[in-house]
Write a protein of this length. Sequence first.
Length: 327
Amino acid sequence: MLEGSIRRSGDRVRITAQLVDTTNGAHLWADRYDRDLTDIFEVQDDVTHRIVDALKITLSPAEKQRLADTETANIAAYDCVLRGREFMLAKERTRETFAQAIKYFKEALQHDPNYSLAYACLGFGYMFDYQNRWTEDPDGSLPIAKEYARQAIEKDPKEPLAHCVTAWCASLEKDLDRAATEIDIALSLNPNLALAHSLRGTVRTYSGQPLEAIPEIEQAMRLDPAMNSQFIHFLGMAYLLAGKYETAAALLRQRIILMPKTDFSRALLTSVLGHLGEVGDARRVWAELMEINPNYSFTGHVGRQPFKRQEDVERITEGLKKAGVFS
């Protein structure tokens, strides 16, 4: 596991990093860097190569090329993308955090109009708006996300996140075959991209293959534990659709702890608890959902999800009916 910290003071930056063996807590490598901010990419390359050496692994030619590729040489653009991602992936996501993320990503493009990752992040942000309904026209955010993903690929066809956003857009347009193809491209570019593994699992879930989805989502969680609050929702949904309700309930409860304002996870948990016959708990969870989002419509929400099989929608609906919250 890689641990560390970054502290910035003016144009200077101090970076500490250490590689820890999670099986025994042993330190494999550690170092500290005091550099000018303009040297940040050099430090990043050095840390990456030190980790590769410490792990005693051999990189493939494609992996060596990815390490050599620089997405942008513009420090300001890079900084804006990092700041935008901080807002986009915040624990509490709101219309305000969405607006801040979009502002920073657009500012990144002012510094570097060819920055593929910034376009991809804009697409990612607008997908969140489509799902969370923050703006006055959330349905209009889907084509905006699709266009930003197209521009990201145009700027750099080898940017894996751009293909992930394209896949996400395709899945919500219910083109699951196109989504699967784009995910395959993303993983060919970066086999360890957690988001791509999660999306592959999610597409399999929506395609009616929840048991095949579970290993992919679990792999995503191993690759990027920091994103588990996002991935665990889809893992819970896969277990729900596989009929493994006890496991689904545990996962969705954990998701609610990690993301206290989530509505869809609460809807799924209500269904699971209905299937389990825990009606009192189910109604309590549903009441929490309605307090968080009084305008929540399960029919509208599930209608935006690209379920290929009607029986999967009916399984979720049946649990809500058993809980007595849906007629």
